[in-house]
Design a protein around this ligand. Structure first.
Ligand code: KG4
Ligand code: ZN
Length: 329
């Protein structure tokens, strides 16, 4: 079995996964959403302190698996450096004390492997990664063979939902809140423009759309109503997804992927899922989705990647493990 640890942002999570059949034997996640909600976003120092309390508590529950462990896996990049180090320190300590090899896992590879939890891997495929930190189209050819073919030039898709929610005073994380309000809103009331519509670039941008939302809120002023908020959420969500779909269509037209997937926290958005499903149908691609429980950050996806890394003997010296907040190798 492999014990995996995730602490790249605001979720403390540990999982134990069996190597032979990929079964998830243990998984627990303690989210810090409530603690960060009043700030409208994650406060890194607070997140680190909460990881330092939560991770040892979860680890306590995994002791029965210790005799069966073959490796320790941990997210080492990208993420918040002060929170990554909490998981890395625990992983190093376990690796040394239990005399087990250490596997360093790139968080984004983890999201991609959320597709393969309790399943076999399926390559090649093209993946749309939409999370709080990233918006990318990635061509996945095999184990550790990833190529980013499009990325956001500024804010990410998930982050833009967080910022819209913050501007509307709705709390954090914004994605699920905005999606819920959007269900009762008029998506055509606000005519926000689709970013980079006339640009030939395969790239994303969300900062301009966020600004359009800010101006619409300012226009409504103090008299903003519940229905105004719902309409803003619906119109914003429509345009945020239209932007993704417009660029994906371009990609599909020239690349025709047979297998396509959406991963990352924001891939839980049902409106987006439906739009991408229609696109895949039109272009004859098979759509793959992670279980809703594994879209947002979790240690199970880190453990699933680690199984393939273990099979390939891709280990990391505990004295050399590094953590880079931004990297995607
Ligand atoms: O993957 P994740 O848990 O953390 C990162 O690696 O960033 O993604 C969290 C992000 C947050 O920005 C959150 O607002 C967004 O995913 N998110 C959503 C939805 N659920 C979560 N965005 C849009 N619609 C959702 N239903
Ligand atoms: Zn993530």
């Amino acid at each position: 079995m492999i014990l995996s640890i995730e602490s790249s942002c605001d979720d403390s999570s540990i999982a134990v996964t069996r190597i032979a059949d990929k079964e998830v034997c243990f998984h627990k996640k303690i989210s810090q959403e409530l603690e960060h909600s009043k700030y409208g976003g994650v406060v890194p120092e607070l997140a680190a302190r909460l990881h330092a309390q939560a991770l040892p508590k979860i680890l306590e529950e995994t002791k029965e698996y210790f005799p069966d462990l073959k490796a320790i896996a941990v997210t080492n990049e990208p993420g918040l450096s002060v929170t990554l180090v909490e998981g890395i320190t625990m992983a190093k300590a376990l690796s040394i004390s239990l005399d087990l090899p250490l596997i360093a896992v790139n968080h984004l590879y983890g999201h991609i492997y959320s597709l393969f939890i309790e399943k076999e891997t399926l390559f090649p495929q093209t993946v749309l990664l939409v999370s709080g930190g990233h918006t990318m189209i990635i061509e996945v050819r095999g184990f550790d063979q990833f190529e980013v073919v499009a990325r956001s030039m500024d804010d990410s898709f998930g982050e833009s939902f967080d910022k819209v929610a913050k501007m509307l005073g709705l709390g954090y994380p914004g994605g699920p809140i905005v999606e819920k309000l959007a269900q009762e809103g008029d998506e055509n009331r606000f005519d926000f423009t689709v970013p980079l519509y006339n640009s030939p670039k395969l790239a994303f941008s969300y900062s301009g759309l966020k600004n359009q939302v800010r101006l619409a809120i300012a226009d409504l002023g103090e008299s903003i109503t519940k229905q105004d908020r719902r309409d803003i959420c619906a119109s914003f969500q429509r345009v945020a997804c239209e932007h993704l779909l417009h660029k994906l269509k371009k990609y599909f037209q020239s690349n025709r992927p047979a297998h396509f997937a959406i991963v990352g926290g924001a891939s839980a958005n049902l409106y987006l899922r439906q739009k991408v499903e229609e696109l895949c149908k039109k272009y004859g691609a098979q759509l793959h989705l992670s279980d809703l429980a594994y879209c947002s950050d979790n240690a199970v996806m880190i453990g699933r990647y680690a199984i393939d890394a273990y099979t390939q003997k891709k280990f990391c010296d505990y004295r050399k493990i590094t953590s880079d907040p931004k990297v995607f190798r």
